[in-house]
Design a protein around this ligand. Structure first.
Ligand SMILES: Cc1ncc(COP(=O)(O)O)c(C=O)c1O
Length: 380
């Protein structure tokens, strides 16, 4: 039984195409590590992971331990890298399961050292270096002290170093990213001078993988592009200015059905607050989707859906579980017709970017916000 009344179709061929695109960019020698945090950017962790692995993902990166556990339980066998916070009292689970994890503070490394000694098991860590993002990461001034912890216990392994760009997709100017990369290079040099040889060095997200080969190092963590979405207009424009012929294919189509059709006379108030009154006798299609499902309430009286390949505007407020769209002049629309909330139908398309513009956010948030409980179905 479906827990809700809309569903997501996940295109296997689009996922494969996007992964192939990134593989062609980085070559076969580098580790391609798609980011599947945030329920695979809303596309479904369990549904996307096997397709990505089959298509050549070498590693997968997640944000949290529970995501890593879910992947492991689903039979995922490639290395799983946890990029986010793990509470100190759950670090033993990371060690026991052999997950890779980010390290960025003394407390976590010291606790890992105790756990490794107790369990007689190693932990493979990737040291996150603070290069200009000023969120997660070790300051250059603290680097020596952190390296001392690694020196004190060989089972705490410095397998990799990482950083993350702060200002790469919001601009066509690469200077801040280059500044961060210089900081990263300098800190990496210090780590090598201290006697360490991290096997993996990585900083590239989607934007840097699309635009700057010099940022590849030997592993890339590609998130949004995996799902066929560009990180930003700026990234798209920069790529095309460079003459790159990269095509990304959106992976997701969010669908529902017409639950009721009804005639609404001119000037009748539609929905909570009566925020819409049609100027003409209208036909309204009632859809069994609302903000509970992740259809943003800010789309009230703004968004469009697609029915029979045509745009139908949202009328009145989006409710928790119901929304109304205008199908006046579309006599072919029938009860239980398929409706596309996000994605393509016929020649029309409601893109994540368009939806993001409507509600003043980014495509990342649009797809990630789609309720996890909605069924994700992998289609060809
Ligand atoms: C640490 C880290 N690496 C990689 C990514 C992937 O970024 P993108 O989705 O822009 O490719 C993210 C996403 O925010 C991230 O936080």
């Amino acid at each position: 039984m479906n827990p809700t009344l809309s569903w997501l179709e996940i295109s296997r061929s689009a996922l494969q195409h996007n992964l192939r695109t990134f593989r062609e960019l980085i070559g076969n020698e580098r580790v391609l590590c798609p980011a599947i945090k945030g329920n695979a950017y809303g596309h479904g962790l369990k549904e996307c992971a096997p397709v990505l692995v089959e298509a050549g993902a070498n590693w997968l990166c997640v944000n949290a331990l529970f995501e890593a556990m879910e992947l492991r339980a689903s039979g995922c066998e490639v290395p799983i890298y946890i990029m986010g916070y793990v509470p100190l009292n759950e670090l033993n689970i990371v060690v026991e399961n052999g997950f890779r994890m980010v390290a960025y503070n003394r407390e976590t490394l010291e606790r890992l050292r105790d756990i490794c000694r107790q369990l007689q098991m190693p932990i493979y860590t990737h040291l996150k270096l603070e290069t200009g993002n000023n969120r997660q990461g070790v300051l250059e001034t603290d680097l020596d002290a952190i390296l001392e912890i690694y020196k004190s216990e060989p089972m705490v392994i410095l397998e990799g170093t990482a950083t993350h760009f702060a200002n790469i997709e919001d601009t066509t100017d690469p200077s801040y990213a280059r500044f961060q990369k210089e900081n990263f290079d300098r800190m990496n040099k210090k780590i090598i001078q201290a006697g360490f040889t991290p096997k993996y060095v990585h900083c590239a997200n989607t934007a840097s993988t699309l635009l700057y080969p010099e940022m590849y190092e030997n592993m890339v963590r590609v998130g949004i592009g995996t799902y066929g979405l560009w990180p930003s207009n700026e990234t798209f424009v920069s790529s095309h200015h460079m003459g790159a012929k990269v095509e990304l294919k959106p992976v997701l189509t969010w669908k529902t059905r017409v639950a009721q059709l009804k005639k609404v006379p001119a000037n009748a108030a539609i929905g909570y607050g009566g925020t819409y009154r049609p100027r003409y006798d209208s036909v309204i299609a009632v859809l069994p989707v609302g903000y509970y499902d992740g259809y943003d309430r800010k789309l009230s009286n703004i968004g469009h859906v697609l029915i029979n390949g045509k745009r139908a505007p949202v009328r009145g407020r989006v409710c928790m579980n119901i929304m109304m769209v205008d199908v006046t002049g579309m006599p072919e629309v029938a009860l239980e017709d398929e409706v596309v909330l996000l994605g393509r139908q016929g020649d029309e398309n409601v893109s994540a970017e368009q939806m993001a513009r409507w509600v003043d956010t980014i495509n990342y948030e649009v797809t990630t916000r789609i309720n996890e409980r909605l069924p994700r179905v992998v289609v060809e």
